[in-house]
Design a binder for this molecule. Structure first.
Ligand code: GLV
Ligand code: MG
Length: 349
């Protein structure tokens, strides 16, 4: 037998480690806000940040200079100890598995603040074997340090091999929380010809046909990330985990950031990364469902109390499938309403 039997999935991987989750805990995660933990000025802003964001993440990997890796790890531990997080998730992005820092990142952080840490973001995941390794290591560390709830794993989808194995990664362990698209590393790994961190490219498009009555032909720009985001969403949703768009690097182009986030939201993603404070508001706007759409979805649910049959609302056909769409929207609106009194009132929830 080469496949793990279903019941084995829910046995702890180490004696004394907590029972794996059967479902990931319900949480609103519209943005994962990155901070550099070695920078004292940033750590000082944390109490303010924690109140504003859904998830706060201490970044130890790319963008942290090699000579600041230990300081970032210690800064994260200090920040985790010094703050209370309430409903805001506490995550860290550790260095990748073959780096000189990964082992100390995981062992020192779980030992020091394992009970406060919700999720470890693991970069450059290539296949289920990477998840199995961290899964077993975390179980050992949880057992050793008496951690009470499982620390979840969030994979970054940012290598060509990872995309080829995305379903295996999504189903590798009950510890899987979700996945983020990493467009910068993925572009490099695939040999894509871009130098951007996410977003579109003016040359990636479809040129309209020639027409006798029209001299100028328009190039319609296409979304470079559509295929990967859609593939990631299917892998995640079919395994009961969450998909996220990752970073958007052009801090001067908020409109393009919003458009990229919105494409991801419409395709099924639940959130994105914020690397600049102004992207927090963009993510809140995009990943909180639109008020008119929520009001319409509520009408559908009210018109079909048991979720079956067919009715017309405002000239549009509704049936069991649109009821399910409406439920996705209203369930999300309820989670948003619980954190945002202004939207709770607008949604009437
Ligand atoms: C994120 O880590 C990326 O590589 O885009
Ligand atoms: Mg990356």
């Amino acid at each position: 037998m080469s496949i793990k039997p279903p019941k084995k999935f829910f046995e702890p991987l180490a004696i004394g480690a907590p029972q794996p989750y059967r479902e990931i805990p319900v949480a609103l995660e519209r943005m994962i806000h990155f901070f550099p933990p070695h920078v004292e000025k940033m750590r000082a802003k944390l109490p303010d940040m924690i109140a504003q964001v859904d998830v706060i993440l201490g970044n130890l990997e790319d963008a942290i200079p090699a000579d600041a890796k230990e300081a970032a790890r210690q800064g994260f531990i200090e920040a985790a100890r010094a703050n209370t997080f309430g409903a805001t998730g506490l995550w860290t992005r550790v260095n990748c598995l073959n780096s000189p820092w990964f082992l100390d990142d995981v062992t020192e952080i779980v030992a020091a603040v394992g009970d406060k840490l919700d999720v470890i973001m693991l970069p450059k995941v290539e296949g289920p074997w990477d998840i199995h390794f961290l899964d077993q290591l975390l179980a050992q560390l949880e057992a050793r340090h008496g951690v009470k709830k499982p620390i979840m794993i969030h994979a970054i989808l940012e290598t060509a091999l990872g995309v080829a194995n995305v379903e295996g990664i999504a189903s590798a362990s009950p510890r899987m929380h979700g996945m983020s698209l990493g467009p910068a590393d993925l572009a490099a790994s695939r040999g894509m010809k871009t130098t951007r961190v996410g977003g579109g490219h003016p040359f990636y498009g479809v040129l309209e046909d020639t027409r006798p009555d029209q001299a100028v032909r328009t190039l319609y720009q296409q979304d470079l990330w559509h295929y990967t985001v859609a593939k990631m969403v299917d892998a995640c949703q079919s395994n009961g985990i969450k998909a996220f768009y990752g970073p958007f690097g052009d801090f001067a182009d908020d409109a393009a950031c919003e458009a990229q986030f919105r494409n991801a939201f419409l395709l099924g993603c639940v959130g994105a990364w914020s690397l600049h404070p102004k992207q927090i508001e963009i993510a809140k706007t995009v990943f909180s469902p639109n008020v008119d759409e929520v009001l319409f979805a509520k009408k559908i649910l009210e018109a079909m109390p048991d979720g079956t049959g067919a009715v017309m609302i405002d000239g549009k056909m509704q049936d069991d499938a649109t009821w399910k769409q409406a439920k996705v929207m209203v369930d999300l609106a309820r989670r948003v309403a619980a954190r945002d009194p202004r939207l709770a009132e607008a949604y009437g929830l």
